[in-house]
Design a protein around this ligand. Structure first.
Ligand SMILES: [Zn+2]
Length: 289
């Protein structure tokens, strides 16, 4: 019995099949933003149908790149691609494939993936942050993902780290995402995040804003560990060394909260592993009913 795992992002999307805790198939494609929702649904249906001819799957788990109403299992919206507002993606997938489906936002899925299979194993509470096209956060407790009263817990990307900073797409100013995510780094500096992270002088300034955001997570949650995933986290020690130093400088002097900040261990697959766990949950819930 296999599980189909989907990671749907604004820049790229991935699909994978998992069987007995191993990934058996994986495919990544660029997201056609112009194509919007319909294009994405065609892609997902195509991959699912093709794989199914060789390997049947019994549930689907989804990590979606945008806010998700977990209780209603609906996409609230995609911050980068049109047409997703209020969409019942699990319902659509259920109709397409005839199997149970469970969806969460990609940061919560990433927290599940890293927390159960990656750099956050055994570390609870775990704070996971994705640092890529955008910035998202997920909180993983002993009992599972902490989503808050309305599914909006962990949204660290829109804390105002520079209240007098440039306008963010969300309507506010100087948000952590506005100052630190890949999309804006490219727009502001005309260089990719990957190039910028190789410039120590840039990183020294960059970690000041990044640490302001993470300080909030540390002061509020006192996590046992912070795992950072997403493309920018691949910069490794060139980023994490200066980041830890800056966090130590910024954290309130009397706080003894640990500063344990590490890159994701699952690379580009944190969200897929989390989606696999969501798929397993969907399957178990159905078996109970
Ligand atoms: Zn914002």
């Amino acid at each position: 019995m296999s599980i189909l795992a989907l990671d749907i992002g604004g820049t790229k999307f991935s699909a994978a099949l998992f069987r007995n805790g191993s990934m058996t198939r994986r495919e990544t494609r660029r997201t056609d933003r112009e194509g919007g929702r319909e294009w994405m649904l065609e892609q997902l249906a195509g991959i699912g149908r093709r794989w199914r001819e060789e390997e049947e799957f019994t549930a689907v788990g989804v990590g979606f790149g945008g806010p998700v109403d977990y209780a209603k299992q609906q996409v609230v919206l995609s911050t980068h691609v049109g047409g997703w507002q209020g969409f019942d993606l699990p319902g659509w997938l259920r109709a397409e494939f005839g199997v149970p489906v469970r969806m969460d936002n990609d940061a919560n899925a990433g927290a599940l993936g890293e927390g159960l299979h990656g750099a956050g194993r055994g570390a609870r509470p775990l704070f996971y942050m994705t640092l890529s096209t955008g910035i998202g956060g997920g909180i993983l407790l002993e009992e599972g993902v902490y989503r808050g009263a309305d599914s909006y817990a962990g949204e660290i990307g829109h804390l105002n780290v520079r209240p007098d900073g440039p306008p963010c797409l969300c309507g506010s100013n100087g948000c952590l995402e506005r100052m630190c995510c890949g999309l804006w780094l490219e727009r502001d500096y005309g260089r990719t995040a990957e190039e910028l992270m190789r410039d120590p002088a840039f990183v020294e300034l960059y970690v000041m804003d990044l640490a302001r955001g993470l300080k909030a997570a540390i002061m509020l949650l006192n996590p046992a560990r912070i795992v950072i995933g997403g493309g920018i986290s691949k910069a490794g020690e060139a980023l994490f060394g200066p980041l830890r130093t800056e966090l130590r400088r910024q954290i309130t002097s009397w706080s003894r909260a640990r500063i344990d900040v590490v890159p994701a261990a699952l690379g580009d697959d944190s969200v897929l592993w989390g989606a696999y766990e969501l798929g397993l949950e969907a399957q178990e819930t159905m078996e109970e009913e």
